[in-house]
Structure formats: C-alpha cells, structure tokens
Write a protein that binds this ligand. Structure first.
Ligand SMILES: NCc1[nH]cc(CCC(=O)O)c1CC(=O)O
Length: 331
C-alpha cells in the first residue's frame, strides 16, 4: 500500500470525537501489525442535525441529518472515512459509499441513570423519566404504565445535565455511549434485553468509506468483526422490512449461538465461509410496539442467513398486527 494520510470526518459531539479517536487508535495498531504506511488526521464537520437538535428530528428528515454532510464530504474527497454509531446509520447508503467494516460490538443494552440511584422497579409511582426514544418509552410503559415519559434531546452530555436541570427522576441512555465516554459510573441499572430490547445496531459502530477506495477497504476488512457484522445484518434487515420512514417503537437484538457449543474451528470447516460465523446460528429477537406500551409484539427465531432471518421475524410481526401499528404511526 502507498503511504497516505487518511482523513477521518467526524461530528463534533463528545461521543463522536471519542469514538473516532478510539477507532483511529485501533486502526493505527492494525497498520503497525500489518506494515501498512497510513497516517490519520481528524476533520470536524458540523451537521444539520447538530445545529437543530431542539426540533423534532422526525419532522425534518430524521437521523439522516447527522450523516448527510459527512457523506457529501466523503464523495467530494475532502474526507476518506467516517465512524458512525450503527444505530444512526441509514439503511441505504448513497451511491459510491459503503460500510467498510463493523468492529466488535460493545454493550448493546440500555441503561437507567436515576438521580436517587434507584432501579427501574424501585422508581416512585408516577416518576418522570426522560427519553425521546419511542422504543424506550413503549417498553418502559409496558412494565411501568404509571411512569411519565418526557422528551429529552441533545448529546449524551447535555442529556445527563438535563437529568438535574429539568428535574427528571431518571433518564435512559445507551450503555455503550456512556462506557465509551468513560461515564459508566453514572449508570444505576442496566436494562436487560428482555425488559428493553435495544435499538437495531446499538453498541456497534460502522465505518463508512468510498466504495472504490480499495486500500482503505483492505485495512477496514481487517478491522471488521464477522460475528458483529452478521448479527447486525440480521437486525438491520428486520428494520428495513418494517421501516417506511415512519416513527414507531421498533427494537431488535441478535446474538450468535454456537452449534453444539463447539469452537468455531471444529465445526467441520470446509473453507468456504468466512470466520467464526461458520458454525454459528443467529438468534434474532424483534419487537414492534405502540407508543403507549399497551401493545408489544415480540418474536424470536434462529437461522443461518441474516437476511432471511430478519425477513422472517418481520413477517411474523406483520402477521400479528405490526402492519396496523406502522400504519397508525403514519397517520
Ligand atoms: N440516539 C443517539 C445515539 N446514537 C448512538 C448512541 C450511543 C450508543 C451506541 O453507540 O449504540 C446514542 C446515544 C443513546 O442512544 O443513548
């Protein structure tokens, strides 16, 4: 490979900067180990989503607002790659860009940050909980219908501030974001996937680059974690099947189940398939709910092909009434 400076575009939020710095550290390490002569440089980009955080994002174009400017800069050659939270990555990338690698997933769970250190089931009757996520409020209301859910926007640092300033009893944030910031000591309880199924891709990162950047893609493929890529692919196929761009509580979480508990290498490797995914089956759980938490549809199944499995769970839920929930949300 040629000596080259890889320009990494990033949003200016503390979490984006932290994630980008961590990925660059990992990539530098890989470059050293494989004798790849790349250097890295960070370029900060202000996105529309960062400028108008106080507006309901769904009304003005959704999560895509955080990535559009970054993608344009990549297409224009101003930057070479960008690190995204998988859960903020659109299901269809613009022509010419691809997800070049998905590093090892971190904690996928949601976390409760309560002012008094109480767990979810200990919060007082009618406690005020801050979250703008329909998925979180639907599932919380399903087990605690008395809670009062109120929107709280902004980056995780400003949401933590609002816990005090706006007098919430608790807020909910992704554990991964807090852990990446080194703020896991703020977490008072972890919500298991049974209580609150995570957002599609939560805890995972994706690295966007130009499709024709063969050198960089070679490095990113070394960084890719095949197990994470496989499970996240199942979750994302599920979401793509259900998501007509509408606002509905949707969650999904996939894990790998090792066949017979064997180490992947012992699973009768025929040399065809990549990595440890060979002997594994994927378990995918998906949910669709009503915003008030009165309806929670949930299905789980096991399969080998992430795309087929994502479609299977989506179809099971659609047959149970998810189509009506999706339609209501559009009206
Ligand atoms: N919705 C914003 C967002 N996008 C990614 C994370 C961090 C967690 C992750 O990387 O999955 C967060 C914060 C949160 O939901 O608490």
């Amino acid at each position: 490979m040629t000596k080259r400076t890889i320009v990494v575009g990033t949003r200016q939020s503390q979490l984006a900067l932290k994630q980008t710095a961590q990925v660059i550290d990992d990539l530098k390490e890989l470059c050293r180990a494989h004798g790849i002569p790349f250097e890295f440089e960070i370029k900060k980009i202000v996105t529309k989503g960062d400028r108008i955080l106080d507006v309901t994002l769904s009304k003005i174009g959704g999560k895509g607002l955080f990535v559009k400017e970054i993608e344009q800069a990549m297409l224009d050659g101003e930057i070479d790659m960008a690190v995204h939270s998988m859960k903020d990555m659109p299901s269809v990338l613009p022509e010419g860009l691809i997800n070049g690698g998905v590093p090892l997933r971190k904690d996928p769970r949601d976390a409760l940050i309560s002012r008094s250190g109480l767990d979810l089931n200990e919060l007082p009757q009618g406690a005020r909980v801050g979250t703008s996520s329909l998925r979180r409020s639907s599932q919380l209301l399903s087990c605690r219908p008395d809670l009062v859910l109120e929107p709280v926007r902004g980056n995780i640092d400003s949401r933590l501030r609002k816990l005090e300033e706006e007098g919430f009893d608790a807020i909910i944030l992704a554990a991964a974001g807090l852990q990446r910031m080194g703020w896991e000591d703020r977490i008072t309880a972890y919500l298991s996937a049974d209580v609150c199924l995570p957002a599609v891709g939560q805890g995972a990162l994706g690295i966007e680059c130009r499709e024709n950047d063969a050198e960089l893609r070679e490095l990113l493929s070394l960084y890719n974690d095949p197990d994470t890529a496989l499970t996240v692919a199942a979750e994302r196929r599920f979401l793509a099947m259900l998501n007509g761009g509408c606002q509905v509580p949707i969650g999904a979480y996939a894990t790998l189940e090792r066949a017979g508990g064997q180490a992947p290498e012992e699973g009768g490797a025929s040399g065809g398939e990549a990595g440890s995914a060979h002997a594994s089956r994927i378990r995918l759980t998906g949910m669709v709910g009503s915003p008030d938490g009165r309806v929670i549809l949930k299905e789980s199944a096991v399969g080998k092909d992430p795309v087929a499995l994502g479609e299977q769970i989506a179809e099971l839920l659609l047959a149970q009434g998810a189509d009506a929930l999706l339609k209501e949300a559009k009206e």
